[in-house]
Design a binder for this molecule. Sequence first.
Ligand code: FAD
Ligand code: DLZ
Ligand code: SF4
Length: 512
Amino acid sequence: GKTLRLVLGDQLSRDLASLRDADKHHDIILLAEVREEATYVQHHKQKIVLLFSAMRHFANALRDEGFTVIYRHYDDADNQGSLFGEVQRVCEQHPVDAVALTHPGEYRLLQAMQTWQSNLDIPVTIREDDRFLCPLSDFAAWARDRKQLRMEFFYREMRKRWNILMDQQQPVGGKWNYDSANRNPLPENVSVPSPTQFATDDITRDVMALVENHFSDHFGRLDGFHYAVTRAQALTVLDEFIRQRLVHFGDYQDAMATDQPWLFHAHISFYLNCGLLLPKEVIAQVESVYRQGQVPLNAAEGFIRQVLGWREYVRGLYWLKMPDYKQQNYLHAKRALPSFFWDADTDMACLSQCIGQTRDTAYAHHIQRLMVIGNFSLLAGLSPDAVNDWYLRVYADAYEWVELPNVTGMILFADGGVLASKPYAASGAYIHRMSDYCQHCHYNVKQKNGPQACPFNYLYWHFLMRNQHQLSNNPRLGMPYRTLANMDDDKVRHINEDAELFLSRLDQGERV
Ligand code: FAD
Ligand code: DLZ
Ligand code: SF4
């Protein structure tokens, strides 16, 4: 009989669990562009172009190999609008006697898929997504006996389990973590390599027209789209990163600079997350250039920690904690998103830069997401639902399994400390140290109070005061809470006045 094998837009790997045993003579492979997936949040235009173009290229490659592929275009007249609808249609039109799926990246879709078997009345199997290095059952076992689920300890287990950067039983170089070498701002004279860019081909041009047509109201600019849409192109991005930028990845991992979106980052999250690159091959290549002496250990270890550590850890946490994780709001934050999240129209230069780059590229690097946009969202008390919705929309690498723990856990502390041991709250001094944004800002980062003062400065203290009940017992916040306790009354009053004025202006939609 025939097996129907569905491949989702973020499962574009030839070695996918549900494709591995596919039979060219009998089976049918289905890829479908559908309204439900394209609109459950209003994805950035470039995210839709990337996925639809990559899906179309992937389908062509499977056909070239000799497979029977059914590809459903978004504007096909009889498009069913949902993945289930498309699967059902194929089952009605062809003698299909089983459906093979690979575990999806989002809880809502897994829940839906679990109803397909009874709705279709044929066997539907959901296979483990073994592109990831940590099976979900392993993560659950690791988590079971622990009070705290710290990434660092998970990461060490993964290093040992996969024998990555190990010399026998010991970490290469004697330490697990070289982060302390990774906190430099960008020096004036360093020249930043330009990112790998691809010209748009016919398939991408068709998809761009489709997106302008059907998704014109979605966030983001489309011109300037230059991302890889095939595996070969994604491998080129990886190769250029390893040859040109990895050497400085560690040094400038936390640096930010005006009009420099790309810096020494890899720009591969899009491809790892949609299947064009596999984490195992990325990690292996980086370890190999380190072993050949081409890059320093702080670069290789720092990078591998992101992919083998953080990426696997947030996925494990997501599936361990869903569906409750999505409801978390430990700090009872409820403010609506300010309008500058959509138009970058703010006098705060750091936010205007990071949000403007997000609009133009569907990308921002980690510290921009964490310490500028994320820090602001935390200090201003923005609602977790609104912030999650924003991050899931605007980045071309965003799927809930990776977006939600980073937002709810890492930036908002809305999970009360499951992921992070303390909130990543910081005043303007941090942004000033790691970037040149403050040099071009209407506000003054050195001023603590008054109309010219950097809003991060008073919002930081206001955040700590406001959330004293939830946070003051945190041992890692002992220092700032002691400082606060010793602050004179006048200073406290100024902070409250400035912060309350700023927040009320936000609430009234005034420009800040
Ligand atoms: P590099 O800096 O070169 O890092 C290499 C790789 O490590 C990345 O490609 C990514 O796969 C992995 N990685 C690094 N940090 C993390 C992390 N915290 N969690 C998971 N993987 C990580 N990453 C996403 O892929 N999708 C998201 O939706 C996403 N949302 C985020 C939201 C917030 C608030 C924050 C703080 C971080 C988020 N990240 C997300 C993590 C990180 O910012 C991006 O993976 C990274 O910026 C992608 O760019 P890059 O490939 O150049 O990464
Ligand atoms: C993100 C996305 C978009 C925009 N469109 C589609 C689509 O039309 N068809 C599809 O199969 N997948 C799409 N995706 C990716 C899915 O949303 C993703 O597979 C789930 O969110 C699970 O991670
Ligand atoms: Fe951002 Fe404050 Fe610096 Fe302006 S002064 S760029 S608001 S940190």
